[in-house]
Design a binder for this molecule. Sequence first.
Ligand code: PMV
Length: 308
Amino acid sequence: MVTASAPGKFILFGEHAVVYGKTAVAVAMDRRFACSVAYSDENTLNGKPVSFEKHPYIYHMLQKHGMDNTAVDTVSDIPAGSGLGSSAALSVSFSAAIRALKGMSTEEKDIAEDAFDTEYSVQGRASPADTSTCTHGSGISINGPGNGGLWSISRNGNVWHIADAYVPEMTIVVGHTGIHAATGPLVERVRKFRDKNGFAYDIVNEIGDIALHGIDLMRKNDITGIGELMTKNHKLLSILGVSCSELNKLVNAALPYSYGAKLTGAGGGGSMIALTDEPDKVCEAISKHGGTPFVVKTAQPGVVIKNI
Ligand code: PMV
């Protein structure tokens, strides 16, 4: 049996824009998804048969690796459909475990590529931001300045250069709306808006510019500046139509005690993040407005594989 685990993540800057090859920054957090795989008589997930409708990521991975005899068991403390990378952490931990079981390469680049392929196939359009962060851990820039770094992935005319990003010490509170929002339809909504509307096209570019500026401020440990940019990023995402009243409520509740706040991930529900020195006050404000808060530790390790 092989067990692998991968961290969840939050996107600090650049979600949606990164799908079009713009810049983004994402950070691994201290909630993880673990996946165990062992040879068996048939494909099962947590003791039940695997179906494409219910388990598209696992189903796709099993098909891709030509497996029809694998028992898969999963455990996670990343809320599903929350914008915190649960599907990416699933794809990464599964890829790592199955590759180790089969004696294939378990280099980060190969796992990240494999997991991205699954996200892309299941979600339709996607960027490798989530899967790369869940693989490498720590902080990741995608198409940051200088580009150089870990690996590059291309698809559909876009190229994403993945590099290690310096992450300053930050206290981040996550506020989960409790609303499950699938990434694929939100990405598709932005694609349609951007394709037919020059204004939306410019907003997407502006989000990429914010992420570039954000990387510079992170290097300078400019917490105030980072917070301001987060709030600006949220406003632009709202204009793109991927926020919702619950997310806006939590962002507004957190702002009086925060340097900045924004939705994180695909939006439409899911979660927001706040950068703060007053985590207790932010948690209280989020709870009061119907969200579930938790403080996250940043810059966590990436994928970890154990042969048992
Ligand atoms: O909500 P999540 O964790 O699936 O993040 C999605 C991030 C997007 O930029 C909206 C899509 C992507 O593939 O990068």
